[in-house]
Design a protein around this ligand. Structure first.
Ligand SMILES: [Ca+2]
Ligand SMILES: [Ca+2]
Length: 393
């Protein structure tokens, strides 16, 4: 097993800082010159890394501000977090089932709702909820993030659960629960992991081991390939997936995903309507106990990975860069490497791709996102993990 979940605080901090950076800019980053993280910057020359915050809890950010004068936390940040955890979802469905590989999975905003001012916008969240008899499953909720115009305090209001992974099963593995939107913002794609159960990924009467394509209200979108089979099959866009923590659309509107293999066999896949990606029947990796799994072959009837990695890279997430600050990286995928403790770059050429760079970071990297100004934000994994803002060196 090569994946541990971020704390809920870390996920939240990452999205607040990078997804709605202007909020952070207004209240927190009145900062000072960021400290250079010399261990990273030296000898790499590709970027300078400014350390903005250690992230255990929002309160720790507050402490950092006092200690070194560099990092400041927006007052609204902590308020929003507390509202989110204690009032937001508890008011709807009870507590988040945090543990194993799940908890708070994703916070997502529509690109079209990015703005120079904070104001109000729709917020999409994924998390894990408990079911009957020691079972659990991922869900997606939607609400409104309202931020004050004067003090940047924020509240999530009207949070409703709009999608549930089906069925809930035992264990705490492979929720996936990533959220991305189609470029036209008509559809929400959610990665729905196979919950470490293997075979459900080939059974399209459930949504485990799939990517689902939904309307923005969480209902099955029209035109899905298994619509004739009824619910929940009508949500499915592709299947035969294992655990997808990384998904993004490229500039041409193609959806790419990276999924964790078992012992070996991490995959970059180009996601196609009705595609079956082979898990658990085929994998370039083998079971953790050494039991062989047949490799993908040309005639196996499944869609083959565009890149496969053995040993695994263990991606935390990835995004396709479209900013200006790192102009040579435009159009490339930037992957957060957990086990690899690196940022991994991949270049696309039509429907193919290849790895073109691996930047050692010295720590497990949980998540990378692109900020509005083209800077890259990277979050180290685990307690004490730092939030780094990367700009060209
Ligand atoms: Ca596969
Ligand atoms: Ca194999």
């Amino acid at each position: 097993m090569n994946y541990t979940p971020p704390t809920q605080e870390q996920v939240f901090a990452m999205r607040v800082c990078a997804g709605i950076e202007e909020l952070a800019q207004r209240k927190r980053f009145e900062a000072a010159t960021p400290d250079m993280v010399e261990a990273i910057a030296e000898g790499i020359g590709q970027f300078a890394a400014g350390e903005w915050a250690p992230l255990n809890r929002p309160g720790d950010l507050e402490g950092a501000k006092l200690e070194n004068g560099v990092v400041r936390l927006p007052e609204g940040f902590e308020e929003a977090y507390e509202h989110y955890v204690e009032q937001g979802w508890n008011a709807i469905d009870g507590p988040v089932d945090y543990g194993g590989q799940g908890g708070l999975g994703e916070i997502a905003f529509l690109d079209s709702q990015r703005a120079a001012t904070v104001g109000s916008r729709t917020i999409y969240l994924s998390w894990v909820e408990a079911g009957e008899g020691d079972t659990r499953g991922a869900v997606v909720g939607r609400g409104t993030l309202n931020c004050g115009t004067e003090d940047a305090s924020c509240k999530i209001e009207g949070l409703e659960t709009i999608w549930r992974q089906t069925p809930k099963v035992t264990g705490r593995g492979h929720y996936s629960h990533r959220i991305v939107f189609s470029p036209d913002e008509r559809y929400m794609f959610v990665s729905s992991g196979e919950r470490q159960k293997g075979t459900p990924a080939q059974d399209t009467s459930n949504t485990l081991g799939t990517i689902v394509r939904l309307n923005l209200d969480g209902t099955a979108a029209a035109g899905n390939p298994l619509a004739a089979q009824g619910s929940p099959s009508d949500q499915i866009w592709s299947w035969g997936h294992r655990n997808i923590l990384a998904m993004d659309f490229d500039a041409e509107g193609r959806l790419w995903e990276i999924e964790h293999g078992p012992a070996g066999g991490d995959e970059l896949n180009l996601v196609q309507k009705g595609g079956n990606y082979g898990w658990p029947t085929r994998s370039f990796g083998d079971e953790y106990n050494g039991t062989p799994i047949p490799d993908h072959t040309a005639d196996d009837g499944f869609i083959k990975p565009v890149i496969d990695w053995t040993p695994v890279i263990a991606s935390g997430n990835f995004f396709i860069y479209d900013g200006d600050l790192f102009a040579p990286w435009r159009g490339q995928g930037i992957i957060a490497g957990l086990k690899t403790q690196a940022l991994i770059r991949i270049a696309f050429d039509g429907d193919t791709a290849r790895e073109v760079g691996r930047i050692p970071m010295g720590e497990r990297i949980r998540q990378v996102v692109q900020g509005p100004d083209g800077a890259i934000w990277a979050l180290e994994d685990g307690e004490g993990g730092r939030l780094l803002k990367l700009t060209p060196g």
